[in-house]
Ligand binder design. Structure first.
Ligand code: ATP
Ligand code: MG
Length: 283
């Protein structure tokens, strides 16, 4: 893309521009205040149930995540961790119960749902970047399409975010030219480009080579320190202890334990959690 492409759009007075010119590490405009702020929980789930056919995949989930809190979700394969994440931005519908983001109930469909989804950023194990678009274009895409931000503003903001995740110098490359750790950092920048209030991470480092795990976790730790509300499915215990305020242990679609990271990893209460930790620690 050339600078000529990025001519100011007369209609484009979009909210992203306010934070784009400010300190790159500052909380974006209109976003969650630090953990101490009053207000509704950032994520609220009440009596949530979900089935896949006969499988009762989420059972009476009750969860409140205050703004600024970092919640780690652990549990055996198939316990419902990914499904829990996916219901929070309604990639998966629920059978019954209520979910609200920052006090606003999840809309069923349409524009309201699209708007709410934009407030909940999600980062998956697989990065899902567009292979035929450059790194900076990947980060600009959603603000351009969904928020209708003008190109110059979107690019400035994208470059700031790439700077923040440590890969601004790769901006004009294509995803296949980056390492897995770099691609995952692009995926984080892409999610942040929508100025989400909440970030959901589903095993963001489990597809990475071991030497790339820390560069991604470091970005997540920084995000947590800036006050982002985060729900992170991960078995990275070092990260859980460093950045987590709370650990949820899931088994068979239920939250079996909800406790502080240190307490969970040193003295889990339930037999199932002890069994689970025994397995992951012996690997
Ligand atoms: N779209 C779907 N249709 C039918 N069953 C599904 C679907 N998605 C997930 N499941 C089932 O729901 C259960 C929970 O899946 P989920 O992916 O939430 O588990 P998880 O805790 O994330 O596991 P893992 O640690 O392996 O990622 C599993 O038994 C899975 O096979
Ligand atoms: Mg999963």
């Amino acid at each position: 893309m050339t600078d000529a492409d990025a001519a100011p759009d007369p209609t484009g007075a979009a909210p992203l521009s306010e934070s784009a010119t400010a300190d790159a590490t500052a909380t974006p405009a209109g976003q969650a205040a630090p953990a101490s702020a009053e207000g509704p929980p950032m994520i609220s789930m009440r009596k949530v149930d979900k089935h896949f056919g006969d499988l009762h995949v989420l059972r009476d989930i009750n969860l409140e995540v205050p703004r600024g809190q970092v919640v780690i979700v652990v549990g055996p394969s198939g316990s419902g961790k990914s499904t829990l994440c996916r219901t929070i931005n309604r990639l998966e519908p629920i059978d019954s119960g209520d979910i609200a983001i920052d006090g606003v109930p999840l809309p069923a469909e349409g524009k309201a749902l699209a708007a709410l989804r934009a407030e909940v950023g999600m980062v998956f194990q697989s990065f899902n970047l567009f292979a035929h678009k450059s790194i900076v274009d990947n980060v600009m895409l959603a603000p351009l399409k969904v928020r209708k931000v003008d190109k110059a503003t979107a690019r400035t903001r994208a470059m700031e975010l790439l700077e923040r995740v440590g890969i601004a110098n790769q901006a004009d490359k294509y995803p296949a030219q980056l390492s897995g750790g770099q691609q995952q950092r692009v995926a984080i920048a892409r999610a942040l480009a929508m100025n989400p209030k909440v970030m959901l991470f589903d095993e963001p480092t489990s597809a990475l080579d071991p030497e790339m795990v820390n560069e991604v976790l470091d970005v997540m730790v920084a995000l947590a320190k800036e006050g982002m509300t985060m729900l992170v499915v991960t078995h990275e215990m070092g990260f859980a202890r460093r950045a987590g305020n709370r650990v949820l242990f899931m088994a068979d679609g239920q939250i079996v334990e909800d406790t502080a990271p240190d307490a969970f990893f040193t003295a889990p209460k339930s037999e199932r959690a002890r069994d689970f930790l025994g397995k992951i620690l012996s690997h």
